[in-house]
Ligand binder design. Structure first.
Ligand code: ARG
Length: 575
């Protein structure tokens, strides 16, 4: 793909500022990064704060702003700058802005905001990773949708993403499950109840083990048998895994999420001995109470456990093996791990181990944490069985959407499909609408609220724009010569300014691994657009004005669809 040059006012203003001798004290990138969008648009569209320069030059920032106002050369893209206190404020020339931005969107369409930045380099994204024999619950939703969105964002920027579902299909919980199955379960009950029955057994185990600690011992023995290749134990493990995968697949199908690799924790079993001997050769292993550890005291972290006393491996051991495998196989420039914040220490520990092993690519391992998902104020916990199953949640959302459609638009074609896209979109947007590190309290009402700042609101705004364009049979390639000058209404100009920001927002979302920057941006765009639609009739007599406003509608429709796509949400044309 050819790299598209997007209009970038920060670039333009930086160029201007760099012509000034005083500004030589800062380098170009610093100047670029100092520029900010003023909180109040009355002040201007872009501002240069003079504080930093003031320190260097030992000069009053007000004076610097004033001097710059007088000496800066003119630019066709900018009105004459105005010094306001310690800031130099710039205003975009609306006509140039409208022309450039709308023409770019007419030209790039569903690629608006795309770049060839990544040049096809690989980024590995480890996401979703539910645990076998445990239900796929709302807590996994965050990892799944954040990871999927990052996948789409980095792809859009020209990287080749490899999505890996590091399934939790190994570990002591299988010993617990087999113990519970042997004591309180039966083949018939599991075949009938599937994942729900496995969950019941898992919960039962924890209830009973509180009273009778010998159960834990028994569970450990069963897990040892799995690790040692015992036939019966392995067969049960496989069976539980198949049941779980079928259930997970139904959720992924509803979300339309796919993975490039389903290599779970067990995939690395035969690579573990090599990891242990490499650690030994590099003098990193120590014995501690019979276990093998990597001491991390000088980095102010507890030791990283590599092998337990009984020789069984750990979560971290398998993560180290997986990282080495992935580097060999994909030669990634970055590897992202999307999990709950509770695992931060785990990642910091084994990232450090990779570094100590002498791999400089340890710096490319990135943990992308997210906050807790609470249910009516209580943490979700598989052990206590307090979970909302994701599949149930999605199905309820779809059902409720269908009821709304039946009420408001009963003759809509392909209702079921639209209900699925909107119902699922509501849930996905709910999970992506706040900064990922914030805790989310899950509530049915909020996830399914179709007014307000939700996925369905964006989808509805998109469908409304589609319907206007459909009325006139709008084709973007026929309107390249539209007249941007006539778009003078405040509401229209605000929409254009917001459209201009989209490519920059995508870059910021990638840099911060933060899809919510895109979701919040889209809400802003939709609100601006609905104000425009309210203030400015589109299908007016005057042809030049009608054409320009239609181009604006098309640009908004396109940007909404691209943005929703980057979040992993569908944009139906009719609702
Ligand atoms: N299965 C884990 C969990 O549910 C998440 C795995 C994340 N990926 C990783 N490579 N550790 O907590």
């Amino acid at each position: 793909m050819r790299n598209i040059q997007y209009l970038d006012y920060r670039e333009i203003v930086t160029d201007l500022l760099c012509t000034q001798p005083d500004l030589n004290k800062l380098d170009r990138e610093e100047i670029y990064n100092l520029l900010e969008y003023p909180p109040d648009q009355k002040l201007g569209d872009l501002a240069f704060p003079c504080f930093k320069l003031s320190k260097i030059l030992r000069k009053d920032p007000h004076v610097i702003a004033q001097e710059l106002q007088e000496s800066l050369p003119a630019s066709p893209y900018l009105e004459a700058p105005v010094a306001t206190g310690p800031y130099l404020n710039f205003r975009f020339v609306p006509e140039q802005l409208g022309k450039k931005v709308l023409q770019t969107i007419l030209g790039t369409r569903e690629r608006y905001g795309a770049r060839s930045l990544g040049q096809g380099q690989n980024i590995v994204i480890d996401f979703s990773a539910p645990n076998i024999a445990k239900p796929f619950h709302v807590g996994h939703l965050s990892s799944t949708v954040i990871g999927n969105s990052l996948y789409k964002i980095f792809n859009f920027l020209g990287y080749n993403c490899v999505g890996i579902n590091h399934l939790g299909d190994w570990g002591t919980q299988f010993g617990k499950l087999i113990t519970a199955y042997k004591k309180w379960g039966s083949q018939a009950a599991v075949e009938k109840g599937l994942i729900k029955e496995l969950m019941r057994l898992y919960v039962k185990f924890h209830e009973e083990a509180e009273k009778d600690p010998t159960l834990d011992e028994e569970a450990r023995e069963w897990f040892n048998r799995i690790e040692n290749g015992d036939q019966e134990a392995l067969a049960l493990w496989k069976w539980f895994k198949e049941i779980s995968l079928e259930e997970f697949q139904r959720v992924y199908d509803l979300l339309e999420i796919t993975f490039d690799s389903m290599a779970g924790e067990s995939f690395y079993n035969d690579q573990l001995p090599a990891v242990v001997s490499e650690l030994k050769d590099k003098n990193l292993l120590e014995e501690s109470e019979g276990a093998l550890i990597v001491d991390l005291e000088q980095f102010e972290m507890p030791p990283c456990l590599i092998l337990k006393k009984d020789g069984s491996s750990l979560y971290a051991t398998r993560d180290i093996a997986a990282a080495l495998y992935r580097k060999r196989t994909y030669d990634f420039v970055k590897a992202l791990y999307v999990t709950g914040i509770a695992q931060s220490l785990h990642f910091r520990q084994w990232f450090k181990v990779i570094e100590l092993m002498g791999y400089d690519w340890a710096k490319d391992l990135i943990h992308v944490p997210f906050g807790w998902v609470n249910l009516a104020g209580e943490k979700l916990s598989t052990r206590k069985g307090k979970v909302v199953l994701l599949e149930e949640l999605l199905q309820t959302a779809i059902q409720k959407t269908l009821e709304i459609i039946n009420e408001k638009n009963p003759n809509l074609e392909h209702k079921e499909e639209v209900a699925r896209e909107v119902g699922v979109g509501a849930v996905v947007f709910g999970a992506l609408s706040v900064n990922r590190i914030k805790d989310v309290t899950f509530s049915w009402e909020e996830a399914l609220n179709f007014d307000g700042e939700t996925g369905p609101y964006l989808q509805y705004t998109h469908a409304r724009a589609c319907s206007i364009l459909r009325k006139v049979g709008f084709k973007p390639e026929e309107h390249l010569e539209f007249e941007p000058k006539v778009l003078t209404d405040k509401a229209a100009l605000n929409v254009i300014k917001t459209l201009y920001l989209f490519p920059e927002k995508i870059m910021a979302a990638a840099a911060e691994y933060e899809p919510s920057l895109i979701s919040r941006y889209l809400i802003d765009l939709a609100q601006q657009f609905n104000r425009f639609y309210h203030d400015c009739p589109v299908l007016v007599e005057e042809q030049t004005l009608q054409e320009a406003r239609l181009v604006l509608v098309y640009a908004v429709k396109t940007t909404l669809a691209v943005g929703l796509g980057l979040l992993g949400i569908k944009a139906p044309e009719r609702m």
